[in-house]
Design a protein around this ligand. Structure first.
Ligand code: CND
Ligand code: ZN
Length: 375
């Protein structure tokens, strides 16, 4: 029996309060309104950004449904939706692309100005929520909310992908892989023969490593305080592993010495303001480029010596790898299907959706790269 046009009762992992474990409860998901799409989620990854939200480091209103790295199938669509239809396999997009605003029309921009990726209203663009728990609305997160059997997104925040793509793998194209890979090949535009340093070797950092390698970097230095991350990093292309805990001087000094003057490209993929400043100082003073990929705590400030930029360094940031999400995601999925890159090394754990709290513990204790939750 079709569920189109009806309220769906389903299971969701709800965050009722900041810093509290997820509660698996039954919620109600209203049908999509005009220009909205209701999606049955098949698989979702756990990204550190979700944990930043749980911990309160990244502000988001509670109670909420987190999750932003998923793949699913369209259950029904609202009036006026033309780019997807029921039955289509899709990836929800935490960086929407309306295709019509000044940013979407600019070849260099990937952050839609009509539907901001940084919107913290917790509501759909038209101002209300499609999620209800015990008669009260729940907030959405990052334009997506994927820790639920069903979610509703705006049409600008969903991309149709190859029907044959395995959801338990390509869900990583919804965030971690695309973010890291794009930061290297698109935002930094790493050149063949260059030296790169990647701060943070989690799911996103290792994807930066894959991007640096694909771009032909000849030396990739991996920096992490958890030495357990080094084996996999080497497998993916890291040539030198550095643990800041092994040195009694600042890590930027260690890297400048190792590279005889600084790396061509550095990437901060942790989300700490101190490592953002360290990564800037670790790139070559005339022509080095440093890219901020990690999400810093809301309202935090970085303190740095302006002389670092005065000499010529470039400091950039990269949200979702600089990709225009709605057009890039289907292509990235095609590239995955054509075996142009692999996602398997990033997926260390697969768990049933109910075990979401276990999945977050694996991330917090540094034991996982990516945990994929299956519905
Ligand atoms: P994850 O926690 O898996 O990786 C972070 C790594 O950093 C871990 O291996 C840590 O051991 C390591 N680390 C922690 N502190 C230090 C330190 N002081 N020095 C060196 N290494 C350290 O996280 P992830 O890979 O899922 O995400 C990484 C960051 O990227 C995080 O801040 C997340 O919020 C952000 C991000 C950004 C974007 C974007 O669009 N820019 C998208 N998704 C996630
Ligand atoms: Zn993410």
């Amino acid at each position: 029996m079709s569920t189109a046009g009806k309220v769906i009762k389903c299971k969701a992992a709800v965050c009722l309060e900041v810093k509290k474990p997820f509660s698996i409860v039954e919620i109600e998901v209203a049908p999509p309104k005009a220009h909205e799409v209701r999606i049955k989620i098949l698989a979702t990854g756990i990204c550190r950004t979700d944990d930043h939200a749980v911990s309160g480091s990244l502000y988001t209103p509670f109670p909420t449904i987190l999750g932003h790295e998923a793949a699913g199938v369209v259950e029904s669509v609202g009036e006026g939706v033309t780019s997807v239809k029921p039955g289509d396999k899709v990836i929800p997009l935490f960086v929407p692309q309306c295709g019509e605003c000044s940013s979407c029309l600019h070849p260099k921009a990937n952050l839609c100005s009509r539907h901001s990726f940084a919107d913290v209203s917790g509501m759909m663009p038209e101002g209300t929520s499609r999620f209800t728990y015990k008669g009260k609305p729940l907030h959405r997160f990052a334009s997506t909310s994927t820790f639920t059997e069903y979610t509703v997104v705006h049409e600008s925040a969903v991309a149709k992908i190859d029907a044959a793509a395995p959801p338990e793998k390509v869900c990583l194209i919804g965030c971690g892989f695309s973010t890291g890979y794009g930061s290297a090949i698109k935002t930094a535009q790493v050149e063949p023969g260059s030296t790169c340093a990647v701060f943070g070797l989690g799911g996103v950092g290792l994807s930066v490593v894959m991007g640096c390698k694909a771009a032909g970097a000849s030396r990739i230095i991996g920096v992490d305080i958890n030495k357990d991350k080094f084996a996999k990093a080497k497998e993916l292309g890291v040539t030198d592993c550095v643990n800041p805990k092994d040195f009694d001087k600042p890590i930027q000094d260690v890297l400048v010495e190792m590279t005889k003057g600084g790396a061509d490209y550095t990437f901060e993929v942790i989300g700490h303001t101190e490592t953002m400043a360290a990564a800037l100082a670790a790139c070559q003073m005339n022509y080095g480029t440093s890219v901020i990929v990690g999400v810093a705590p809301t309202s935090s400030k970085v303190s740095f010596d302006p002389m670092l930029l005065f000499t010529g360094r470039t400091w950039k940031g990269s949200v979702f790898g600089g990709w225009k999400a709605k057009e890039a995601v289907p292509k990235l999925v095609s590239d995955f299907m054509a075996k142009k890159f692999t996602l398997d090394p990033l997926i260390t754990h697969t768990l049933p959706f109910d075990k979401i709290n276990e999945g977050f513990e694996l991330l917090r204790t540094g034991k996982s790269i990516r945990t994929v939750l299956l519905f």
